[in-house]
Write a protein of this length. Structure first.
Length: 126
């Protein structure tokens, strides 16, 4: 399956974008010195725009990273979810609906819990 090509074409009033998903990306790229009159594809934009985005992660992405690290969702009340790991004593609590943006403190807490679970599981294996 071929990847969709994102593009911007010049029009009388400005640029016609292929979709909203690439609008911010393309605007940032155009500010860095490209000529507005030419067609720009996403493939011409450096990969750092995709990885070093200032966009916050979604709660869904945090849940996926916890589940990939071996955490189990044991349920919760309302929009709260409790995740446990066999190597850890304390559960990790994530609040927010699936489509909400994650807060920075939530991202840091998830990263810390995943690192701690990896350390504990490595110590148990040795």
């Amino acid at each position: 399956m071929k990847a969709k090509s994102h593009y911007a074409t010049p029009t009388l009033g400005g640029l016609a974008l292929c979709g909203k998903t690439c609008q911010n990306l393309l605007n940032r790229w155009l500010k860095k010195g490209s000529k507005i009159g030419r067609i720009a594809t996403v493939h011409e934009i450096s990969p750092e725009f995709f990885t070093n985005s200032n966009m916050p992660k979604k709660i869904k992405e945090l849940i996926q990273s916890l589940e990939n690290a071996g955490f189990v969702n044991r349920g919760g009340k309302g929009s709260h979810r409790n995740f446990t790991h066999p190597a850890l004593v304390k559960p990790v609590v994530i609040s927010g609906n699936i489509g909400d943006d994650a807060k920075k403190y939530q991202e840091r807490a998830i990263q810390a819990a995943i690192m701690e679970a990896k350390k504990c599981s490595e110590n148990q294996v040795m």
